[in-house]
Design a protein around this ligand. Sequence first.
Ligand SMILES: Cc1ncc(COP(=O)(O)O)c(C=O)c1O
Length: 396
Amino acid sequence: MKKNSKENSQTLCIHSGGEPDPVYGAVMPPIYQTSTFTFKSAEQGGRRFAGKEKGYIYTRLGNPTINALENAVASLECGKYALATSTGMSAVSTIFFALCSAGDHIVASSALYGATRVFLENELQRFGITTTFVDTSRKKEVEKAFQKNTKILYIETPTNPTLRISDIKWCADYAHKHKAILAVDNTFLSPILQKPLLLGADIVLHSVTKFLNGHSDVVGGIIVFNDEDLKEKVSKTLKHLGGTMDPHQAYLVFRGIKTLALRVLSAQENARKVAKFLKNHKAVQKVIYPEFEKDPEIKKVIKKQMNGPGALISFELKGGFEAGKKLLNSVKIMTLAVSLGGVESLIQHPASMTHSGVKREERIKAGITDGLVRLSVGCESFEDLSEDLKRALEKV
Ligand SMILES: Cc1ncc(COP(=O)(O)O)c(C=O)c1O
C-alpha cells in the first residue's frame, strides 16, 4: 500500500489516533471533559510543570481526547506532530504570531480565504509584519515578491474560491533556498486528496470545520508538522494565546474523520458530474474546476500533487451577480450558506459573503469577480443535485 494512496488514507481514517482505552477498553477515545488533572502529590505536580514527568496538567496545555485527534490528523497528513486549535482562524493566526516578529515579511497567495487575507493585511500589519500577495501559481511572481526578510511563504492550493493551483514542491524548495518556510492551508482538499508535508511543506493547517469534521456542527482547526522545534515554537504561542481546542469538539472531529475518505470521495464524484453539468448549461458563462484546467504546466502540477480535483466548484453565470442571486434564492436542496466540506451541498457568493472584507479592487485582481458563485458539493444523490440546479437555473 503506497503511503500517499487513497486506500492508505481510508484505513488511517478509521484506525489512527486512538489507543484502546486503558480502563475499560472502549474502542473510541473517552471524552475527558475536564479542565484540570489531579496530581498524586505536590512533588508530582512540580515534576510535571518542570517537564520532568509526562502526564496531563490542565486542558489548555494538553488533554487525552485532543491528543487522540492530533495523532489521527498527524498520521493522515504523514506528519509527526499536530496541534488542534479552537477554530481554523486560530490555526492561521497562531502560526504567524509564533513564527514572525516586527520587521518580518510574508509572501501569500492573493486569493486566500477572506478572513486570512484580512488578518494578514489589517491585523499583522499593526505589529510591523508585512505581506505581499501574489498569484502563487506563477513562479515568477513568487520570486519577485520574496525579500531578504521573508519568513513564511503561505499558500492555499487550490485557492478559496478561485481554485488556482500552486506547485507545492517548487514552493517548498524555493522557500527553503531563501531560509523561509512553506505553510499550506490544505482545507480544500483534505489529506485524502493532497499531502503537502510529503512534498516538502513545513506546516500544513486545516479549518477542521470543513472536510475533517464534515458535518457542519463544529468549528475547529489543526496545524501539522514534521519538525519538532517548529512544533514547540507554535505550541508555546498557542498555549499563551489560548486558542486551544475543547475535548468535546475534539471528540466530534475524531468521530467525523472515521468517514473522511468516504465523504470526500463521494462528494468528489458528485462534483465531477455537477461541474460537467454546469459547463454544458446555456446560462453558465464559466466554470472553474481543477479537471478543466487548460494550462499544461498547471495540469502537470495537478497530476503530480493531487489525488483528485476535490468537491469545490466556482462558476459565473452569463447574467452576472443578478443572475447569481436568483440562483442562490431558488435552490432547494443546496443550502444557501458559507462554509464548505459538509455532507450537504452549500452554495454562496464570495464577493458579498466570505470575501466581502477584501477591498473590491484587490478582490477583482485576485480573480474573485462580482458574479462568482462558489459551490461546495456534498454527498446527496447527483440526480437530486442536478435537478435542483436545473430548476433554479431555469429561473435565471
Ligand atoms: C481555506 C480556509 N482556511 C481557513 C478558514 C478559517 O476557518 P474557521 O472558519 O474554522 O476559523 C476557512 C473558513 O472558511 C477556509 O475556508
